[in-house]
Design a protein around this ligand. Structure first.
Ligand code: FA5
Ligand code: MG
Length: 471
């Protein structure tokens, strides 16, 4: 299931002001109370409106393009994947600023899909957003005519804060299409070859998936063709996983690499699947995929073709392959991180410092007037403290039975990854224009006073934006 489909923390937002003529408080969120101002994103100016919710800390990530750095773990992994699919056209420079239409509507996302919620996605305004997945470019790339392609890019989602979640991550999208009247015999032969190779490899593929009315072949497809394409999708991805994980996973005869296929749902594929890999004692979801909805190919002007597509997360795989314990490290500019990696090689990361954590709790009454969502707190925290925060957890929640007021207590865990006795480089960590909050960074060890100061800024912003009442 797409990650957004599992989202449960959905709620509407409101600002402190009541709209004229409406008897309820539902108004867009607080970031957006200045409708006539503009927001500048990568040199372009956009009119803010009620949906604008991209903070400066996120905008500062757009130019970084970590996946294009040959010596960066994300760049190394992208190159490895592109090497596995040598005949695929690559697209690596597509702008993360896309229309809402392209990210959602064009791919058949229903209007009430949770991913569209402003608590889950970053909107520049009502019509323009930061892409939440690389699938946003599927139709555009299919239209360019390549029948096999890979596309790597940064994607943006509002999310919680912990060691495996970051509001910016990277995906590789891949797709392949076939001419229904010409390619099917060759496809059957290719499938047989791939199956033979996988059968002799040290890999266990657990696949109990069925084609069912809930996850069907599409009516417009000849079931025999859809079966061939599905088989090709599965073999192609199993082969990719074997080549990425096979050596690193130290698969032995006794403990071969294990891959598990699960039925899934995406609005733009059918049948759809997710794939998990068993690594260091846990199942790790690494990708979503499926047979592309024919409507998507029709809109791309390739009506006579049938095809598959997948989207995989680079960070999840890179954390495993390079033994990187915290997703924030991918954004580190500390030479002690960057100098550990060599283009083309997978090497295990050696931890260079582990500063002690320092946690601060914030307890408050939420406002009746302004809706509060945990992702709001996470954005405020990231905007104020940047990557100094390791995680944010709700540790207490209750409703006063007399007043019905709700109290929440969050624990914000501050821990620097990179600090050492050095001056702050002028570019660290924010490359855009100076922003007072982000200047709180330094390369020194993180002191209690400094954390107190950051924490009081976080609380002040929560009061300002969400009318909370500290307890
Ligand atoms: C998608 O994003 C679909 N666009 C994938 C797809 C493409 C399906 C083409 C069908 C055809 P999902 O939300 O599950 O699906 O994300 C895909 C992968 O991105 C996940 O398997 C995971 O590896 C990675 N991913 C998702 N959310 C996060 C996150 N918060 N942090 C790190 N990686 C993530
Ligand atoms: Mg998923």
């Amino acid at each position: 299931m797409a990650i957004w489909l599992a989202a449960t923390r959905l709620c509407a937002r409101s600002t402190p002001k009541k709209p004229a003529g409406l008897g309820r408080h539902i108004l867009p969120r607080c970031y957006s109370t200045r409708p006539h101002e503009t927001i500048n994103v990568q040199g372009a100016s956009f009119v803010r409106d009620s949906k604008t919710n991209v903070p400066a800390s996120i905008i500062s990530k757009l130019p970084q393009r970590l996946y294009m750095k040959p010596e960066h773990p994300l760049g190394i992994l992208r190159t490895l994947i592109e090497g596995h699919f040598p005949n695929f056209t690559t697209a690596n420079s597509l702008s993360p600023i896309v229309s809402v239409f392209k990210n959602f509507d064009e791919l058949g996302f229903p209007h009430d899909h949770p991913g569209r919620n402003i608590t889950d996605s970053y909107y520049i305004n009502s019509t323009t957003m930061l892409r939440t997945h690389t699938s946003a470019h599927e139709i555009e790339v299919f239209r360019q005519g390549a029948d096999k392609w890979l596309l790597t890019a940064d994607v943006y989602r509002r999310d919680e804060i912990d060691a495996s979640h970051y509001p910016v991550f990277h995906q590789v999208e891949g797709a392949r299409t076939f001419d229904v009247s010409e390619d099917m015999d060759a496809l059957a032969e290719e499938n047989a070859r791939l199956a033979e190779k996988l059968a002799s490899a040290n890999i266990i593929i657990e696949d109990d998936t069925q084609v069912t009315p809930q996850n069907p072949y599409q009516n417009v497809h000849d079931p025999a063709h859809a079966a061939l394409v599905t088989e090709n999708l599965k073999s192609s991805l199993n082969s990719l996983i074997l080549s990425i994980f096979g050596a690193r996973a130290n698969a032995t005869k006794e403990e071969p690499l294990r891959v598990r296929w699960i039925e899934a749902y995406f609005p733009f594929t059918s049948p759809s699947y997710e794939v998990e890999v068993f690594f260091q004692g846990k199942w790790l979801e690494i990708l979503g995929c499926g047979v592309v909805k024919q409507a998507t190919l029709d809109q791309s002007g390739i009506e006579n073709r049938i095809g598959w597509a997948f989207g995989l997360g680079l960070e999840r795989i890179a954390m495993v392959l390079f033994s990187i314990p915290d997703i924030r490290l991918f954004w580190s500019e500390d030479p002690r991180f960057l100098e550990q990696f060599t283009p083309g090689k997978i090497t295990a990361f050696r931890s260079y410092s582990r500063f002690p954590p320092c946690y601060k709790d914030v307890s408050f009454w939420t406002s009746d007037q302004v809706k509060f969502h945990e992702n709001d707190l996470c954005d405020v925290v990231r905007d104020t403290a940047g990557d100094l925060v390791e995680d944010v957890k709700l540790i207490d929640e209750f409703v006063n039975p007399k007043t019905q007021r709700k109290s929440l207590c969050y624990r914000i865990n501050y821990r620097s990854m990179d600090r050492c006795a050095q001056q702050r480089p002028s570019s660290y960590p924010y490359r855009g224009p100076p922003e007072p909050d982000l200047l709180l960074y330094s390369y020194r060890s993180l002191s209690n006073e400094e954390v107190n100061e950051i924490q009081s800024r976080v609380v002040a912003k929560l009061v300002e934006k969400f009318a909370i009442e500290p307890r």
